[in-house]
Design a protein around this ligand. Structure first.
Ligand SMILES: C[S@@+](CC[C@H](N)C(=O)[O-])C[C@H]1O[C@@H](n2cnc3c(N)ncnc32)[C@H](O)[C@@H]1O
Length: 250
C-alpha cells in the first residue's frame, strides 16, 4: 500500500528506456566467472550481475520462469535474452511498470503482467523457477508471498530470492523460508558485494541521474537509488542492513 504509489509515480516520472533496473547491483565473488555482456548492456552491468549470479545457480534454459517484482523489466529481459528460458513472465504490482516493460521489452515468450506477490494470478504448479530481486521487503506479508511461490512452483521447482533486511528482521525471514515447505539449498550474505557495487557504479549512476532525471527529482532519486553516502549505502556498509540471497527447492 505504501510502495505502490511510490513506484507508480517514479515510473511515470522517469519514462526513459535507458532506465531498466531498480536495484543496488552486485560485484561477483572471486571464483564467479566474469560476465560477458553486449555493449548495449554494459551500463547496467552491476544491476544485471545481481540477477545473473543468482539465476545461474539453477538451470534456466527451456524452463518456465516467473519473476515477481519485475519493476522496469530489465531483469526479466536479461534472463530471457541471455539464459534462454522457454517462457519468461515478469509480474509487478505497479501497473505503470508493467506497461513500461511490455512497451519496451516484451518479445515472443517474454511478457509482463500486473499482480500482487501475495496473490499471484497464475495457476498452481505452472512454473519451474521463480526469481525475486530486491522486492520482498515491500510486501505486506512475506509468508503469504512464500506460500504463493510454493503454490505456483512445480514439484522440484526452484525459488531464487535476494533482498535486504534489518538484522533483527533477517531471523524472521530465515524462519519463514525454513517453514515454507521448500528445502533451503543455499544461503549467502552478499552485503559486501552489494556495497562494492554501489562504490564501483557511482560515477555511472550519477551521470545517468543527471541525464535522465528531471532536476527537481534528482536528489530524491539519488537517495532512492543508493548513491555513495546515501542512507542505504551507509547502513549496508555499517552492517545495519544486510543483503542476502537464497536458493530453495520445492
Ligand atoms: C526495488 S524495485 C526492484 C525491481 C526489479 N526487481 C529490479 O531489480 O530492477 C521493487 C519492485 O517490487 C514491486 N513490488 C512491490 N510490492 C509488490 C507486490 N506486493 N507484488 C508485486 N510487486 C511488488 C515494486 O512495484 C517495484 O517494481
Amino acid at each position: 500500500m505504501v510502495w505502490k504509489p511510490i513506484y507508480e509515480f517514479t515510473i511515470q516520472t522517469l519514462p526513459s528506456k535507458e532506465l531498466k533496473f531498480m536495484n543496488y547491483g552486485y560485484v561477483p565473488n572471486e571464483g564467479e566467472l566474469p560476465l560477458t555482456l553486449l555493449p548495449e548492456d554494459e551500463l547496467d552491468r552491476y544491476c544485471i550481475q545481481l540477477y545473473h549470479f543468482l539465476a545461474i545457480r539453477t538451470e534456466i534454459k527451456e524452463k518456465s520462469v516467473l519473476e515477481v517484482g519485475s519493476g522496469r523489466g530489465g531483469g526479466s529481459s536479461y534472463i530471457y535474452r541471455y539464459l534462454h528460458p522457454a517462457s519468461m513472465t515478469g509480474l509487478d504490482l505497479a501497473g505503470h511498470a508493467v506497461t513500461f516493460a511490455n512497451n519496451n521489452w516484451a518479445y515472443d515468450a517474454l511478457h509482463y503482467v500486473e499482480g500482487n506477490a501475495e496473490a499471484i494470478p497464475l495457476p498452481d504448479q505452472s512454473m519451474d523457477v521463480v526469481i525475486n530481486v530486491e522486492s520482498s521487503h515491500a510486501y505486506g506479508s512475506f509468508s503469504k508471498f512464500v506460500s504463493e511461490v510454493y503454490r505456483v512452483l512445480r514439484p522440484g521447482g526452484i525459488f531464487l530470492i535476494t533482498d535486504m533486511r534489518l538484522p533483527e528482521d533477517l531471523n524472521v525471514m530465515q524462519s519463514q523460508l525454513a517453514q515454507s515447505g521448500m528445502e533451503i539449498l543455499e544461503e549467502e550474505d552478499i552485503t559486501d558485494n552489494v556495497v562494492q557495487a554501489i562504490d564501483q557504479d557511482e560515477e555511472n549512476k550519477r551521470s545517468r541521474i543527471k541525464a535522465f532525471v528531471p532536476r527537481w527529482f534528482q536528489s530524491a532519486i539519488s537517495e532512492f537509488s543508493g548513491v555513495k553516502e546515501s542512507a542505504i549505502h551507509r547502513h549496508m556498509r555499517d552492517r545495519k542492513r544486510l543483503y542476502y540471497r537464497w536458493m530453495l527447492r520445492k
